[in-house]
Ligand binder design. Structure first.
Ligand code: SAM
Length: 240
């Protein structure tokens, strides 16, 4: 059975969206993964089919109702009992490559997409749901966040990426950013591709790449450097 994604959303028409193109789209067409959508509104019980109501305690906007979401989630859990159930929310665990790998190695994923001011908190107490955030900013809905998460997972599925190695060397896989990449022309606007990359000396190239990976991570993502330590023997803070 292929890796299966189920999306619980008020906007099923947003899928597959960009996931129907390029690498993920080809893999979808080849059956390497599957994508189902579930319309949350189908689980509304009143005659207006309402899925939201005003926030308890007052305040702006609307909140997605626990009873409607609970029924939609139960449907997803019954259909995919072995797949983890995630809810996209800025209040969730930050998405990172190690978690993406874990998800890609499993049977698939069910994803609940929020709208409005978010979801009634009792849902998270009553159901086995893992809240996940894709970053410290606020989107208007969970659908684009779900697309980001699925894109990251699908490219790691067996047979999806051409060269398996291109995945292993990438940013975050070893805790660092990837080294910088170059391609022809050798000179562009007076700038040369670094000499060492054209030397054919694989040991030297590997050493240069490792050094640049550390240097760029230190400059651009000191937070990653802190977690990774320093392969060059320096302490994470930069002191020898
Ligand atoms: N009021 C919420 C807050 O401040 O935490 C934000 C609600 S947001 C306008 C509506 C929906 O977009 C959320 O329920 C969630 O599904 C999705 N969303 C927004 N930002 C997100 C993020 N950084 N990561 C994952 N999902 C996000």
């Amino acid at each position: 059975m292929s890796w299966a994604a189920a999306i619980l959303t008020l906007y099923p028409e947003m899928f597959p969206g960009p996931l129907g193109l390029s690498l993920a789209g080809r893999a979808l067409a080849e059956g390497k993964w599957s994508l189902d959508t579930v319309q949350i509104r189908d689980f509304a019980t009143d005659r207006h089919r309402s899925v939201d109501d005003t926030p308890a305690g007052g305040g702006a906007g609307m909140v997605m109702r626990a009873d409607v979401l609970g029924a939609a989630v139960d449907h997803a859990l019954a259909r995919q009992p072995r797949a983890p159930l995630l809810a996209m929310t800025p209040r969730g665990r930050p998405l990172a490559q190690d978690f993406v790998r874990e998800l890609a190695a499993g049977p698939g994923v069910s994803i609940l997409c929020g709208r409005f001011e978010g979801m009634d908190e009792r849902l998270f107490e009553a159901r086995p749901i893992l809240p996940v955030s894709i970053g410290d900013y606020v989107l208007s809905g969970g659908e684009t966040a779900a697309i980001v998460l699925l894109d990251a997972c699908v490219r790691l599925l067996p047979g999806v990426m051409g060269a398996a190695l291109s995945g292993e060397e990438e940013s975050f896989e070893g805790g660092l950013l990837e080294y910088p990449q170059y391609t022809r022309p050798n000179i562009w606007e007076g700038r040369m591709i670094p000499e060492v990359l054209r030397s054919g000396d694989h040991a030297k190239i590997a050493a240069w790449r490792k050094a640049r990976s550390i240097e760029d991570t230190r400059l651009r993502r000191p937070d990653l450097m802190e977690r990774h330590g320093d392969a060059s023997g320096r302490s994470p803070s930069g002191a020898r």
